[in-house]
Design a protein around this ligand. Sequence first.
Ligand code: KPL
Length: 290
Amino acid sequence: MHWLVVGTGAIGSLMAANLRRIGEHVVVKPRHDQAKVQLLYNAHQMEFNTAQFPLTQPTQVFAAVKAYQVEAVLKQLNSANLPPGSSLIVSYNGMLDNEASLLPPNTLHWVTTHGAYRHDNEVIHAGMGESWLGWAQVERASSARPIEVFSVLNNALPPLNWSPAIHQRRWIKLAINCLINPFTVLHNCRNGELLSHDISAVQLQAAQEICWLAAYFGVQLGAEELVAQAHHVIKNTANNYSSMLMDVRLNRPTEVDYLNGFVVRQAKLAGHPAPTNEQLWQQVLNIANN
Ligand code: KPL
């Protein structure tokens, strides 16, 4: 199979390296223009060509980008006119207000708990996790899986679960990010150091607001359970700096608009305010903009 990996951050690089490891043909599309991308993975030096558009053969596109890059990536892919037989797999933190109309009908979401980071050109698979793949369109959720794509992704980075309930997975991931990332920015600390801060009550209020909204969209979640899951992730990733704190430290845009900000905007549209998420959103924006 021919693969195009869009985004060479931690997860995109991890996937590109693992697809190459199992013998797939992989080209990449990094954020900045460059002819080749070098990655060091498990002591193997790998070199990837960057994609040449238009693509001439069916290509499986794996886009692991920031939420705020999704729209631009889709525009580029759209104008690249992917050959028939291609598919699009997207992976990003948070949710977009207009994703139902934005994502092409046969898009797949890939949700993961694998932990990875990049240190210069080195890709480090920091935490083993698992992943889920499912159709992005709610109406299509229970259709059959794309067998070959599923099998290659599963070989590259196992274990992969087929999920007719990918929306629920995405809500859980959104909730966990909403319940961890802003607090690491407010306390300027590693995930694990949150355990010494008294944040459970605020987390529970934020979780209740998220559960209300998820239920509004047809996904049932429990607030206490989400807080417990967030604590579990905090313990498992105790040494990590969250992606949001790294973005703040490196002066990059954060994803808070697509996490707590998404919750606030959508809850308002549904006529049910989300004051705790609103406060977290504004506090992160204040810190990031100063
Ligand atoms: O996904 C994460 C992130 O940093 O964005 C967590 C789960 C919080 C791990 O750091």
